[in-house]
Design a binder for this molecule. Structure first.
Ligand code: FE2
Ligand code: FE2
Length: 250
């Protein structure tokens, strides 16, 4: 894993984005769209927040065990980018006239799972969340109809695609060191976890997806596809820098 390249990327990405104006309560979308959107976005805002303390602790162990030089710094920059997303989404929720949350059931499950089963599972859960985010922000970008909100979604989606590539490169190296049977088991459990999570999140955010013209099942099916694409890339050897968000293509 070329951690030096990732550190360069994360540093350069800190100053690339110009935030759109997001005046509180300034969104003119109809209430039928606005209300489900802000409730849903507040949950994603909560998911993007968090200090990453446990992840960094796991990573320190991996770095010392495998001499993965630079990975800890790269993960620190990745966490900083997620924290920026949380701040940006906080402004977006306020712009939609909503209020940020302090606790929410699906977010609590995500956090609990991430913090109890070691670095690979922590990264796996993060990755599952990133794959959901790819679909979510992509649908929001294409269908919400508000220019400022589209700008926010475009920025987060572009970053999340890089995060997927970042985690894929890490996991690819970890899996390459496993025997074939263990790799097969890992992929099988990943597919199950990813699909169950995709259905649960799509159902939890069904009002938002419906307001954007999508059934929760269609949203879940889109997330299944991102999961399969991830597994294909995980098994390949190509670098992932050129990966373009499919959600931005239409
Ligand atoms: Fe994020
Ligand atoms: Fe991310």
């Amino acid at each position: 894993m070329n951690t030096h390249l990732w550190i360069q990327y994360f540093r350069a990405n800190q100053n690339r984005f110009v935030e759109p104006a997001l005046p509180p309560g300034g969104c003119a979308l109809p209430a039928s769209v606005l209300e489900p959107l802000r409730e849903s976005l507040a949950i994603f805002q909560l998911g993007e927040s968090g200090g990453g303390t446990r992840l960094l602790k796991y990573v320190r162990h991996v770095v010392s065990a495998n001499r993965l030089a630079g990975y800890e710094e790269a993960v620190g920059l990745f966490i900083a980018e997620e924290q920026y997303h949380a701040r940006l989404l906080e402004k977006a929720v306020t712009y939609l006239g909503g209020v940020c949350l302090e606790k929410q059931w699906s977010n609590s499950i995500f956090r609990w799972l991430r913090n109890h089963f070691g670095v690979e599972f922590n990264i796996q859960i993060l990755l599952i969340a990133e794959l959901i985010a790819e679909v979510y922000y992509g649908v929001m970008y294409r269908k919400c109809g508000d220019t400022a909100l589209r700008g926010v979604c475009h920025k987060i989606l572009s970053d999340e695609m890089r995060h997927i590539a970042f985690h894929t490169e890490f996991l690819r190296e970890r899996l390459d060191a496993m025997p074939a049977w263990r790799r097969w088991l890992w992929r099988a459990q990943f597919r199950i976890f990813q699909r169950v999570t995709a259905v649960a999140v799509a159902w939890d955010h069904r009002d938002c997806f419906r307001a954007l013209g999508l059934s929760p099942w269609e949203a879940a099916a889109m997330t299944f596809k991102t999961g399969e694409r991830f597994l294909r890339r995980l098994g390949g050897s190509q670098h992932l820098w050129g990966a373009r968000p499919a959600a931005l293509a239409t």
